[in-house]
Design a protein around this ligand. Structure first.
Ligand SMILES: Cc1ncc(COP(=O)(O)O)c(C=O)c1O
Length: 504
């Protein structure tokens, strides 16, 4: 193997085959070292603001530096990172990346296809369209789903809202911005909806306040009766409802809204039905959870994030829809010379810019394609199922313990609970009725505990507020976690909490 090009050019950035071999083997070694050691590293490093730069420097180099030094600095960067791949990482919604996915990203970067269209990335476009269909079929949405990959759930939700709005107003009114001077266009979602929905409403110019946040039932699912009442009231007041967003796995507790009932409401009022399954949709692969997703197949669009619960490396979100023509109304109106497609064949003239906001796009599909082919669907489904089982196990342990209180029963893989000093429990095991001062103390104790656990480096949880109570929140989207990790995490929390107990 030889590198045939441009070594005679003065300014070439190509390197010799020998240098390439060295770079490749050193980088590979580092990646192998990382994958083999991630479970033994602190989940959160001992570090402080500015520490990394103190160690690796911040001077812009005028001349190249030796590979040895660069690899060592990369090792320092790894050491100073938070490790979502650690078996006791349960914060936010962040999963470990599969090795297959990580290596796929290397191939994608080396190839550097710009996946704007079939013309600029023929193979990558075919793989992405296939992966999109696979994702639609995996979650029981549609065997022949259309859609595209985006940077994450926030972009997928924003893209869906624009398609939804254009489906209502049509292209002409949108082009002339007419809807802005008319009645407010309203969106409906539960008060537990992810912040990306109000944010998208803001970015798209609808206004955050036009997202009506509907109350929930006792399982944190959108209250469908309140939804109907709110839409009726808005129509009465002259607003123009256009979209309902249901959550299939809320970020706080993993609640799955009642999708069929909400689909009925969307149909009744002729509204776009979007499902935010950025976190939860892959749980449809777990047989025991499938019933929760009945109605998903009736959605006009669905967001799901392979970088969350399909264990793909960041970044990778996906928006699925059934009707490509509606997405084209929102995005397919450009006619600049640089995007003129001369191909006549339907596959060859396909362009992603007609269906989403981005023009240049990286080859995100390869990491999903390689992960699914390397492991097979059965193995991925088993990992997701086990995550759900472990969240159930955590809830069981919490319920049995005299110093923890369960705040939300996991529907999927999120468990919210809090530490309650045993001295404060009543004989019945209940916590006493809370006056404001007591509630505040307990919230503070759990907040301090969460922070201490995070910075202690042995486990990592994030927080949520459940009915005004500060909760320790564990989201298990982690194929490395075992029952022993769950048990150990409760011990770690106890250790941390005891130092803050009232009067301690
Ligand atoms: C339900 C839900 N929707 C949307 C998002 C946003 O996804 P991203 O962070 O990939 O933009 C998240 C992130 O956690 C989420 O949990």
């Amino acid at each position: 193997m030889t590198i045939k090009h441009s070594l005679t050019r003065q300014s070439s950035l190509d390197i010799s085959l020998e240098e390439l071999r060295e770079l490749s083997s050193r980088v590979n070694e580092l990646v192998l070292e990382y994958f083999s050691q991630v479970a033994d590293l602190p989940v959160f490093p001992e570090t402080f603001g500015g520490d990394t730069l103190e160690q690796v420097g911040a001077t812009l180099p005028a001349d190249g530096e030796p590979v040895e030094r660069l690899i060592n600095d990369c090792r320092t960067i790894i050491k100073k990172s938070r490790h979502n791949g650690h078996p006791r990482f349960f914060g936010y919604v962040a999963s470990p990346a599969t090795p297959a996915g990580a290596f796929a990203d290397l191939i994608a970067s080396a190839l550097n296809s710009n996946v704007t269209s079939w013309r600029s990335g023929p193979a990558a476009t075919e793989i992405e369209r296939t992966v999109v269909r696979w994702l639609g079929s995996l979650i029981g949405y549609d065997e022949d789903a259309r859609g595209l990959l985006l940077s994450g759930g926030s972009m997928a939700n924003m893209t869906a809202l624009l398609i939804a709005q254009r489906a209502k107003t049509g292209r002409e009114a949108a082009r002339r911005g007419l809807w802005r001077s008319e009645a407010p266009m309203t969106i409906y979602a539960s008060e537990q909806v992810h912040m990306s929905i109000p944010k998208a409403a803001d970015v798209l110019g609808f206004g955050r306040d036009q997202v009506r946040l509907i109350g929930c039932d006792d399982q944190f699912r959108l209250n469908v009766q309140l939804l109907r009442e709110c839409i009726n009231a808005d129509i009465h007041a002259g607003a123009k409802p256009f979209c309902i967003v249901a959550s299939a796995g809320t970020t706080n507790t993993g609640a799955v809204d009642q999708l069929s009932e909400i689909a009925d409401v969307a149909k009744e009022f002729s509204l776009w039905f979007h499902v935010d399954g950025a976190y939860g949709a892959p749980a449809a692969l777990d047989e025991s959870k499938r019933h929760l997703f009945v109605g998903l197949e009736r959605a006009d669009s669905v967001s799901l994030d392979p970088h969350k619960w399909l264990y793909a490396p960041l970044d990778c979100g996906c928006l699925l829809f059934r009707d490509e023509a509606q997405a084209r109304v929102a995005f397919g109106e450009e006619d600049a010379d640089y995007i003129k497609v001369l191909e006549q064949d339907a596959d060859e003239s396909f362009a992603f810019w007609n269906y989403g906001p981005e023009l240049s796009r990286r080859f995100r599909a390869l990491k999903i394609w390689l992960t699914l082919r390397y492991y097979g669907v059965r193995r991925i489904a088993a990992a997701i199922t086990e995550d759900n089982v472990l969240a159930g196990y955590l809830a069981e342990l919490v319920e049995q313990a005299e110093d923890f209180e369960l705040l939300s029963q996991p529907q999927l893989s999120i468990c919210c609970f809090r530490y309650v000093p045993p001295a404060l429990r009543l004989q019945s095991g209940d916590t006493p009725p809370e006056d404001e001062a007591f509630a505040g103390e307990l919230n503070r104790l759990n907040e301090q505990t969460m922070y201490a656990v995070q910075r202690g480096g042995r486990a990592y949880l994030s927080g949520a507020t459940i009915h005004g109570k500060f909760a320790l929140r564990a989201c298990i989207t982690n194929f490395r976690t075992t029952r022993a990790d769950i048990e150990q995490t409760l011990e770690i929390i106890r250790d941390a909490a005891r130092q803050f107990e009232f009067g301690a």
